[in-house]
Design a protein around this ligand. Sequence first.
Ligand code: PLP
Length: 380
Amino acid sequence: MKFATRAIRVGQEPDPATGSINVPIYQTANFVFQGVGEPGPYEYSRTSNPTRRAFEESLASLEEGKHGLAFASGMAAIDAALSILRHGNHVIVSENLYGGTYGLIERVWKERGVEFSYVDGTRPSAFAEAIRPTTRMVWIETPANPLLQLVDVRAVAEITRRRGLVLVADNTFASPYFQRPLNQGVDVVVHSATKYISGHSDVIAGAIVVNDAHLFEQLSLYQKIAGAVAGPFDSWLCLRGLKTLAIRMMQHASNAQRVAEWLAGDKRVESVLYPGLSSHPQHQLARAQMDGFGAIVTLRLQGEMEGVKRFFDGLEVFSFAGSLGGVESLVSHPWTMSHQSLSPEDKNRIGITEGTIRLSIGIEDADDMIADLDKALARV
Ligand SMILES: *Cc1c(COP(=O)(O)O)cnc(C)c1O
């Protein structure tokens, strides 16, 4: 079956008890035993729950992986993926990273005696050069926030496979509709399901998908024992989101392409970063490893903060908010939001200026988005 069919069918058979066409929200903590020493298929919802199971199976199928695990947030999923590390292990990380992941590494996992090196993710050889005898894992995010740099997944997977390292990819920005890293040699895919997977900005959730049976055993043990599981209602919202993932992503991406091309042709804009533009330095790589270019578009304005503020105040179709991946278009300011904890020098060094603006392109009409941007740019 193809993607859009699996999104609606896999893991979502009509409920055996009632024939309900939708997987019910099994809002229960526990399940009765059939007799002494005879548990039923479910016992306790931290361990396993039918609604969560349905979401896990559905997402695993869309990632073309064998096993899915659903968590209470993207960060809980990321923490679970890191849980296979032990004191003294070393991890190589692509340096353009979601801020929460950076915080979890710096404030929690380094304190636990795990070592991390950050490398330029756009250069596959940088990963090979950073390998130490204690290296256990490589962590990549592609495309990355907010400058849309890509990591060449196949090239990095070739390095990790030869050295027996676990390769983890955060696939949040592309979603499984546009990129399936397990097919390119990645061992563990992590997601913030808060974003495109649920798609409506109404739930916090996360997920992991793997193929390897041993990794699955380790990660599912951690999920059950540590217990940061997705609840039944949140799992149901994610499952409902998945049903429309294919059509949403098509609309998100075609809107993003139009907006990016329009911005690129406007003299008031200093530069536009979008993997779907031929001017993007990794456009060819994006074509090779993705089925579409996603819907995050970053632009840079020249000049003073005052002009940037007037731009934000002039927008109506774009809501000024963090996060991304919902049906509504959003605009955010990395300098004062996602990257505020970095010093001005560090921000400038990694390419985030005061005038850097991130758009999460929704599924409204692109004409309205363009008219809105035109109006706001006139105020700069
Ligand atoms: C949002 C996000 C996360 C964290 O997910 P939460 O659901 O907010 O915990 C991780 N990685 C990326 C790329 C994200 O955009």
